[in-house]
Design a protein around this ligand. Structure first.
Ligand code: APR
Ligand code: ZN
Length: 382
C-alpha cells in the first residue's frame, strides 16, 4: 500500500532545517507484511534528540532512511506466525526488537539483543527485510525497526508492546523512548533508592523522565542541570528539589555543595562527553555515573583511574534504560495512570508530517521538549 513518510537521504545539511529540508516527504510503497510481521497505522511519533543526531551526522545510519523511533499506533494487519498481536491492538514501539533467544536476551538484557541491534545497524527489520520502496523502486532503510515518521509501517512482532487502549495514543508514544530511557536509567541502571541523592545533566524528554523517575523512587535531593532556564523551571514542577544552570554557576561545585561531597547517582542525558566528565566529577564516593546520552562515536571519556578504586566509583552505560520493554512499558504506564509519573508534561506541541524539519529546529534550539508528529493531520505546509 501507499504511505507518506519522512525520508533522510543526506546527513549533515546545515541548520536551520526548515530551510535545508533534510527530511523530505515522499510517497512510498510499504509492504508486504512478512511472517512474524504486522502492518501498523502510526498515530503519533515523537521527535527525539537521537533523530537530530542522525540528521546532523553524529549517529551514523545507512541512508536513505525512513526516520522516527518513538511511536504509538494501531495494528491493521497481521502476517502469518504472529502470535501475540491482533488487529485493533494499540501498540508502542521498542526501538530494539528483542529476539528473545540470544545470550543478552536470555540474561534479561534485551536492549543489548544481538540480532536486534544488528538489524538496527543494517537498517532492516529483525527478519533482515526492508519493507519500504520509493518511486524509483529503491528499498529504503528502517530506523531501529520503527520508522515512525510514516503513516503506515511494517514492523516485527518483537518491536511492539500492546498497551492499554484507554491510554491516549499521543501520551502512549512517549513511553517508547523518552520515558523508558529516562525512567529506566533511574530504576534499572542506577537502582535509585529512597533518600539517595541524584542529579541529572540535560533536561530533554529523556532527562526530565529521569527527574520524574527519581522523584517516584524517593530520591532526595533531586538536582536538575540544564543551560536552558525554561527546562529548569519545568524540572522543578516535575520533582527537582534544586536547579542548576551551568551558564551561571559551576555545576560540579553546586552539586557537591548540595549533596555534601557528590551525588550518589548522576545521570548524563545530553550526549556530550564533556558533560559526562562533569557528571563524573559531580558523583560522590561510592556513587554511580550513568551515561545515557549518545555522543559521536569518535569521542573519548577519561577518568582518574585511582578514583574508581579508592572511591569505589561506578560508571554505567544505560541503553534504552536497561529496560525489559514488555515488563517496563506497562509498568511505567500504570505509574503514569496512578499520577506517579506525569509524563504528559513533556508534550510541547503537535505537528503535521510536513512540519517535521521545523520541529527538528525547535528541538535543536531548546524551545521544545517533546513534540509529537500526529500522522492523522493533513499536510499543510510549514
Ligand atoms: N549542560 C547541561 N545541559 C545541556 C548542555 C550542557 N552543557 N548542553 C545541552 N544541554 C541540554 C539541552 O538544553 C537540552 O535540554 O540537554 C538537553 C537535551 O535534550 P534533548 O535535545 O531534548 O534530548 P533528548 O531527546 O532528551 O535526548 C537526550 O539521550 O537518547 C539520548 O540521543 C539522545 O543523546 C541524546 C540524549
Ligand atoms: Zn529517542
Amino acid at each position: 500500500m501507499k504511505t507518506l513518510a519522512a525520508v533522510l537521504r543526506e546527513a549533515g545539511r546545515p541548520t536551520p532545517y526548515a530551510t535545508s529540508q533534510p527530511l523530505e516527504i515522499e510517497e512510498l510503497e510499504v509492504g508486504p507484511v512478512g511472517p512474524g510481521e504486522v502492518l501498523v497505522k502510526i498515530s503519533h511519533a515523537g521527535i527525539c534528540h537521537s533523530d537530530l543526531s542522525v540528521i546532523n551526522g553524529t549517529r551514523l545510519r545507512g541512508l536513505p532512511l525512513v526516520m522516527g523511533h518513538e511511536a504509538s499506533g494501531v495494528i491493521v494487519e497481521t502476517g502469518s506466525n504472529v502470535r501475540r498481536l491482533n488487529e485493533g491492538d494499540h501498540v508502542v514501539f521498542s526501538f530494539v526488537p528483542p529476539c528473545g533467544s540470544c545470550p543478552p536476551c536470555i540474561a534479561g538484557r534485551p536492549a543489548l539483543c544481538r540480532p536486534g541491534n544488528e538489524a538496527n545497524g543494517a537498517g532492516t527489520l529483525l527478519s533482515g527485510s526492508r519493507r519500504f520502496t520509493d518511486a524509483g523502486g529503491q528499498a529504503l532503510n528502517h530506523h531501529s525497526g520503527v520508522s515512525a515518521f510514516s503513516q503506515y509501517v511494517v514492523a516485527a512482532e518483537e518491536s511492539l508492546i500492546v498497551v492499554d487502549a484507554g491510554l491516549p495514543l499521543q501520551e502512549a508514544a512517549l513511553f517508547g523512548c523518552a520515558v523508558i530511557t529516562g525512567v529506566g536509567a533511574v530504576f534499572n541502571s542506577a537502582q535509585a533508592r529512597p533518600g539517595s541523592s541524584l542529579a541529572v545533566f540535560g533536561l530533554g524528554g529523556v532527562g526530565l523522565s529521569a527527574i520524574m523517575g527519581a522523584r517516584a523512587a524517593g530520591a532526595n535531593p533531586v538536582i536538575a542541570v540544564d543551560i536552558v532556564e525554561s527546562k529548569l523551571q519545568l524540572a522543578k514542577t516535575l520533582g527537582a528539589t534544586h536547579i542548576v544552570n551551568p551558564t551561571e554557576t559551576d555545576a560540579v561545585e553546586a552539586i557537591r555543595d548540595i549533596t555534601g561531597g557528590g551525588a550518589d547517582t548522576v545521570v548524563e542525558s545530553v550526549g556530550n562527553e564533556k558533560v559526562l566528565a562533569q557528571a563524573y566529577a559531580a558523583t560522590g564516593r561510592g556513587g554511580t555515573t550513568v551515561a545515557v546520552g549518545l555522543p559521536h562515536p569518535d569521542r573519548q571519556f577519561t577518568v582518574p583511574a585511582i578514583s574508581l578504586v579508592a572511591d569505589e566509583r561506578t560508571v554505567r552505560g544505560s541503553y534504552m534504560g536497561s529496560a525489559v520493554p514488555k515488563r517496563d512499558v506497562p509498568k511505567y504506564i500504570a505509574m503514569y495512570q496512578a499520577g506517579q509519573l506525569p509524563v504528559d508534561k513533556l508534550l510541547t506541541g503537535t505537528l503535521g508530517l510536513d512540519a517535521i524539519n521545523t520541529g527538528m529546529d525547535r528541538l535543536a534550539d531548546g524551545s521544545a521538549v517533546r513534540q509529537m508528529v500526529d500522522l492523522s493531520l493533513p499536510l499543510s505546509g510549514q
